[in-house]
Write a new protein. Structure first.
Length: 328
């Protein structure tokens, strides 16, 4: 009995030591985690100094991200380090390009950086799905996913996954519409419609485009509706939709594209819009030129048979002066 009691006392003492060590280790880890986050923040602040050189900015950003990743390694279930990684990359490689800072001219957003932003925000949401900041990042993440489609093979599994991810982000944003303050609903609905069309789901895109138009969507949304109608074998409705906007809208649409207020993925998709608009206003020679440009681009092969149908029908009509030109 005495021996058994001694063994129990030794075991209890050993367990107490292990527990104490665990508590101390947890506290040490917590302190180190906070230090990594703080050092990352300090490096970002240094990178934000207006007088900083490009090499200094890049060095500090890389070091900051390394600190955040170190924090993430210590607390793998915490989303905060990934939120900061995504936010910093977005700030310097997305938002920065929209500001007047001279350094931003050299901090270009390439596909690798865009993929890093998306991956970081994905990891943040996976660990903290109920964090209200998830809603704030959905729109930008969806747009970045869409832009990344240009960096992978058209129609590939990677392209489809990116587009489906973008669609999911837009749908989540619409589900939380009462909390959305930075984006007008018609923009989100219109972008979701465009995403469905890029996925080859024109029949699903049409009602969403129509809803976006009712919400006050701009010319680009109305032209998107026309393209979706055409791809859904509703050609006359498509042409009528464009004519209803008037010829000045055609010029405005081309201008929006030229100044990059709107973009198309993959490159060459824009020619479908230009061709349909030219056809709507009986600019037959221009329409054929744009339809052929669309075919040569290889954008969305699933819609190329439809483009060829347009060309065949237009060749039976008299040619008209080519206008407006993309170079105007």
């Amino acid at each position: 009995m005495k021996i058994a009691l001694a063994v129990l006392l030794l075991a209890a003492t050993a367990n107490a030591d292990v527990w104490q060590q665990a508590v101390e280790h947890r506290n040490d880890t917590k302190d180190l985690y906070a230090e990594h986050l703080q050092r990352g923040d300090d490096l970002v602040t240094s990178a934000s100094v207006r007088a900083a050189s490009l090499s200094s900015v890049r060095h500090n950003l890389d070091a900051a991200i390394a600190e955040y990743k170190a924090a993430g390694d210590l607390h793998p279930n915490d989303g905060e380090p990934y939120y900061r990684i995504g936010t910093v990359l977005q700030l310097f490689f997305v938002e920065c390009l929209r500001s007047a800072l001279p350094i931003c001219d050299a901090l270009t957003l390439n596909s690798n950086r865009a993929a890093e932003v998306v991956a970081a925000f994905d990891e943040f949401e996976r660990r903290a799905p109920m964090d209200p900041r998830v809603t704030e990042l959905l729109f930008e993440r969806a747009v970045l996913r869409t832009k990344l489609v240009s960096s992978v093979a058209s129609g590939s599994k990677a392209a489809v996954a990116l587009l489906e991810g973008a669609a999911t982000d837009y749908k989540k944003l619409l589900e939380r519409r009462d909390t959305v303050t930075n984006n007008q609903p018609h923009v989100v609905v219109g972008n979701l419609a465009e995403t469905y069309m890029m996925l080859g789901r024109a029949e699903d895109a049409v009602p969403l485009y129509q809803e976006a138009v009712r919400m006050g969507g701009p010319i680009s949304t109305r032209y998107g509706l026309a393209v979706a109608l055409d791809r859904d074998d509703r050609g006359e409705e498509a042409l009528a939709t464009i004519r209803d906007q008037g010829p000045t809208a055609q010029q405005a649409f081309v201008h929006e594209f030229q100044v990059r207020d709107i973009f198309f993925v993959p490159a060459g998709e824009e020619y479908y819009y230009f061709a349909l608009a030219a056809e709507a206003f009986d600019q037959n020679a221009a329409a054929i030129t744009y339809w052929n440009a669309y075919l040569r681009s290889g954008a969305h092969p699933e819609y190329q048979p439809r483009a060829k149908e347009h060309i065949a029908a237009l060749r039976k009509k008299p040619a008209q002066p080519i206008q407006p030109s993309l170079d105007e």
